[in-house]
Design a binder for this molecule. Structure first.
Ligand code: ADE
Ligand code: ZN
Length: 327
């Protein structure tokens, strides 16, 4: 029987704050004398019942991440978990809104601290990290443009991408066109959440107005055959997070998840965890479930990992070096 934990993996869609182990957030809350008891269940896990409450709990947990060194420690804690599940290359979403509130000089300090965390993770585990700075959709277009500007000003090194998360039902993708143009002009690679909470139209609008090469989730594209054909034709990489989708009830059960259908239609699909402790998952569990549900075996995962590296926001030397680990 395959030990899925040790299979080498690429993960493209992981929110650094959403990956914070509950124990880590409780430890910071104790250090800072903040009462966060309301966001934890008796068993210690995060409280939420739907997407809106998930976002509220997430932001409350972020309130104890207050200094660059908190984020360095968080980066290292997250990489420890990723490495334990066989991840050899990871892209983490960072949120300048939680790292200095949009101030460029403060953001530089946070980014430097997370870069130290990533370098320490590499020295300890050999894991390669790249960062994708994200704006938060429900904070609105002005904040998004400010985030894009400070991201553009600090592009380079491990910071290679720009993206958008948050409440997908808020405004239209085109309202964020200026932010994505600022980031794209600075040479950053682009991705955005779409087709997770909202339907296929949200994916189409995102492709048309934000010029992304990847979509975070995108799984509800399955509702529209023409769109599926377009994703395959344009080779738009989907950062699919099946366990997250099941947990948030986007699909009722694993066998309803469209990842296999999308792949069979020629869409480049990849596998990630999104916010693992919130969704009671990890990369090992994602691989186990895909194996159990769709019969995916080592060759299938080798292919999704190659797809992920082809869509990864890194230089070609790194891409080739990591790719060799899947042979
Ligand atoms: N931010 C963190 N996780 C997210 C998700 N699954 N969708 C949208 N925004 C997020
Ligand atoms: Zn996400």
């Amino acid at each position: 029987m395959t030990d899925w934990a040790v299979v080498p993996k690429t993960e493209l869609h992981l929110h650094i704050e959403g990956a914070a182990p509950p124990d880590f957030i409780r430890m910071l809350a104790a250090e800072k004398n903040v009462d966060l008891s309301g966001i934890f269940k008796d068993d210690g896990s995060y409280v939420w019942k739907d997407f809106a409450e998930f976002l509220r709990t997430y932001e409350a947990a972020c309130s104890v991440l207050q200094t660059p060194d908190d984020f360095r420690r968080l980066t290292e804690a997250v990489l420890d978990v990723s490495a334990a599940h066989g991840v050899v290359y990871t892209e983490m979403f960072l949120s300048p809104d939680f790292c200095g509130g949009g101030d460029l000089e403060a953001w530089k300090d946070y980014l430097a601290a997370m870069t130290v965390g990533a370098k320490n993770g590499k020295a300890k585990h050999g894991i390669e990290t790249r960062f994708i700075s994200t704006c938060i959709r429900h904070f609105g277009p002005e904040k998004a443009e400010q985030t894009a500007k400070i991201t553009a000003a600090t592009a380079g090194g491990l910071l290679t991408g720009f993206g958008m998360g948050g409440e997908e039902r808020h405004l239209q993708a085109s309202d964020f066109g200026k932010a994505f143009a600022i980031a794209g002009d600075a040479g950053l690679a682009l991705t955005s959440h779409a087709g997770e909470i909202c339907g296929a139209d949200s994916v189409r609008e995102t492709l048309d107005s934000l010029k992304v090469t990847r979509i975070g989730h995108g799984v509800r594209a399955i509702e529209d055959a023409d769109l599926v054909a377009r994703l395959a034709e344009e080779q738009i990489v989907l950062e699919v997070c099946p366990g997250s989708n099941i947990s948030l009830d986007v699909f009722a059960k694993w066998s309803d998840h469209p990842i296999a259908k999308l792949r069979d239609a020629g869409v480049p699909v990849t596998v990630s965890t999104d916010d693992p402790p919130y969704f009671y998952t990890d990369m090992t569990r994602e691989y186990c479930k895909l194996h159990e549900t769709f019969g995916w075996d080592l060759a299938d995962f080798q292919a999704t990992n190659r797809t992920a590296m082809n869509g990864a926001f890194c230089d070609d030397t790194t891409r080739k070096r990591v790719m060799a680990k899947f042979e």
